[in-house]
Design a protein around this ligand. Structure first.
Ligand SMILES: Cc1cc2nc3c(=O)[nH]c(=O)nc-3n(C[C@H](O)[C@H](O)[C@H](O)COP(=O)(O)O)c2cc1C
Length: 361
């Protein structure tokens, strides 16, 4: 199974299965002399880890990250990157394989069971193995390293829709993100979602969501036309997250409904002698290159496939069966996808920063 790596100059490879002893990643290409400790990474792991609220899976994983290589304490007593591969890992401590024994020979609808089996002739039925979103923990770890490569860039994400319920953008307040279990920037939407998701959870059902990721502080000029466009790489990175079914940049699909007059972002000279875009319909990218405005990426996450209602399926032997996925699952995986989206944005931007420096100096 190849294709476990992404990025060019800042390159991340992840390894491990949901029910193996550990999962990890190797970050290759991180520049030297960047202060880096486990504590710098752990805060981001906490945001993604399961069991944070009744709206996320009750799997108990401490997700304590360890740095195995690529750092050294410098003469000034500060631990810094050495420029060599940074290897990170997290132990899997809550793998109850027997929760999955009933679906050993059954393909769970909405999961990668059938396709893995069709491709490899073998699949890890214990929670999906490599296809499990457990892997996204290491994306978050790599993303924490990436943020240190681009300290001038602020990357934040929010949940902006749960099922059919969208936030009111007039209520957007970043300070609210940490005040509710949904990373929701709208205090009113958060309380509505709490009630709504309680009902979904109690019914053993699930719903989808939309996550918005915003990067501020990216200067004009990052991105590499034509086949390494910044928006190409951002959308590919977001689409690679488990359960993501749609990605848009700026006003995305809404652009199809607008006229040229409405959509093109007009330009004026700002007070500091720098160009100012009067709107940001482009989402901060023109011709695959950043224009200095915030980068805005949204992605749609499908409803959690593991639900407590039987669904039609088949076994590996071709027998028709009904499958109900027991175990511990999230009513809306979009919640835990928020820190993962931030991490993917960070990795892509760290890579493009280094690629830009390599080309322009
Ligand atoms: C953070 C996160 C957690 C997830 N947890 C679950 C889960 O508990 N149950 C589930 O059915 N799917 C979960 N998923 C989604 C599955 O991993 C995913 O749907 C499945 O592997 C099939 O891949 P695909 O939906 O990308 O095609 C999660 C996704 C993310 C991003």
């Amino acid at each position: 199974m190849s294709h476990n790596s992404f990025g060019h100059l800042f390159r991340v490879t992840t390894w491990g299965e949901s029910h193996g002893p550990a999962i990890g990643c190797v970050v290759d290409g991180c520049p030297s002399l960047i202060p880096l400790t486990e504590a710098d990474i752990q805060g981001f792991m906490e945001k993604r880890k399961p069991g944070q609220s009744k709206y996320t899976t009750q799997r108990r994983e401490p997700d304590e990250v360890k740095i195995l290589s690529g750092v050294m304490v410098d003469e000034d007593g500060v631990q810094k990157t050495t420029g060599t591969p940074i290897s990170l890992f997290v132990e899997n401590t809550d793998q109850r394989s027997k929760d999955y024994s009933e679906i050993k020979d059954r393909f769970r609808p909405g999961h990668a069971d059938f396709t893995y089996d069709a491709k490899y002739g073998i699949r890890d039925y214990r929670g999906g193995g490599r296809s499990s979103a457990r892997e996204t923990a290491m994306r978050v770890a790599a993303g924490a390293v990436a943020r240190k490569v681009i300290p001038g860039v602020t990357i934040r994400a929010a949940l902006v829709q749960v099922g059919p319920h969208k936030i009111n953008r007039n209520n957007w307040d970043w300070a609210e993100i940490d005040n509710n279990p949904f990373f929701c920037p709208d205090v009113e939407a958060a309380s509505l979602w709490a009630e709504y998701l309680d009902g979904v959870r109690k019914a053993g059902s699930s719903v989808g969501a939309v996550v918005e990721v915003i990067a501020e502080g990216v200067p004009a000029g990052w991105g590499a036309p034509l086949y390494g466009k910044l928006d190409t790489d951002l959308t590919a990175a977001m689409m690679s997250i488990n359960a993501v079914k749609g990605v848009e940049i700026g006003n995305g699909f809404e652009a199809a409904c607008l006229t040229g007059e409405e959509n093109a972002d007009e330009i004026r000279m700002g007070a500091e002698g720098k160009p100012v875009f009067l709107t940001n319909n482009s989402g901060g990218v023109l011709g695959g290159i950043s224009n200095g405005d915030p980068l805005v990426v949204r992605f749609a996450v499908k409803p959690t496939s593991s639900i407590l209602t039987e669904r039609k399926s088949i076994t590996r032997q071709g027998e028709e069966v009904d499958v109900m996925t027991k175990g511990r699952h999230d009513p809306c995986v979009g919640i835990r996808a928020v820190p993962v989206g931030e991490a993917m944005m960070a990795c892509v931007l760290a890579d493009h920063f280094l690629r830009h420096r390599g080309q322009i100096g």
